[in-house]
Design a protein around this ligand. Structure first.
Ligand SMILES: O=C(CO)[C@H](O)[C@H](O)COP(=O)(O)O
Length: 221
């Protein structure tokens, strides 16, 4: 199983953003947090910024929409060339139709679940998605503590993906560190978003440590 480490640029230095991108060359994808101060109590940026990031980033963008009304907004992120676009289950009106639209445009379609949102209603819909993001903190801010209470949900999801013979990436986001990444890998995650753990310190070294810790606990080993 491939381990993917996706630095969340929420923790990066935006004043020097292009050089920050140079510091994460060994990352698999750049995780871009879009927050609207409605779905979550924090505000980042929107489509024009992502369009610009798309032009300057040598690493494909993994866009995470923490916004209301993704049915309206998500396709635009796919249209500017994002590699993957993940929207929240709690915010979407028609998650399957939206995922189909994203795929038609050419992006990978992702669905994200807040810690309190159950996975069961989505298990039969897994073929409609390329990735599922299990939030391991309440979305909105970096630097929070990993919620181990979300691991049973991840295990249920990983079992379903395996039983259905699907290639759906299982992503975790929030509080992912050298100490916690193994717990998520053990529960079945293969795609890891990390902000503070990457940008606090030397990103190349941190990415290597995170990758090694995940690989040690991943199901392939
Ligand atoms: O979307 C997020 C929280 O809503 C971020 O991706 C999260 O900020 C990751 O940061 P950290 O690794 O510091 O927890």
């Amino acid at each position: 199983m491939t381990t993917r480490i996706n630095p969340s640029i929420l923790a990066a230095d935006f004043a020097n953003f292009e050089s920050e991108l140079g510091r994460i060359r060994t990352a698999d994808l750049v995780h871009v947090d879009i927050m609207d101060n409605h779905f979550v109590p924090n505000l980042t940026f929107g489509l024009p910024m992502v369009e610009r990031l798309q032009q300057v980033s040598p690493i494909p963008l993994d866009v995470h929409l923490m916004i209301d009304d993704p049915d309206r907004w998500a396709p635009g992120y796919a249209e500017v060339g994002a590699f993957s676009v993940t929207f929240h289950a709690e915010a979407a009106t028609d998650a399957v139709a939206l995922a189909r639209t994203l795929r038609q445009i050419g992006a990978r379609a992702g669905i994200a679940l807040k810690p309190g949102t159950p996975i069961e209603p989505y298990l039969d819909l897994l073929p409609e998605f390329d990735q599922v993001l299990v939030m391991t903190v309440e979305p909105g801010f970096g630097g929070q503590s990993f919620m181990e209470s979300t691991m049973p949900k991840l295990r249920t999801l990983a079992d379903a993906v395996q039983k259905q013979g699907l290639d759906v990436w299982l992503q975790v986001d929030g509080g992912v560190t050298i100490d916690t990444i193994g717990i998520a890998a053990e529960a079945g995650a293969n795609t890891f978003v990390a902000g503070s753990a990457v940008f606090t310190g030397d990103p190349t070294a941190q990415i290597a440590l995170l990758r090694a810790a995940a690989d040690k606990h991943s199901h392939a080993h």
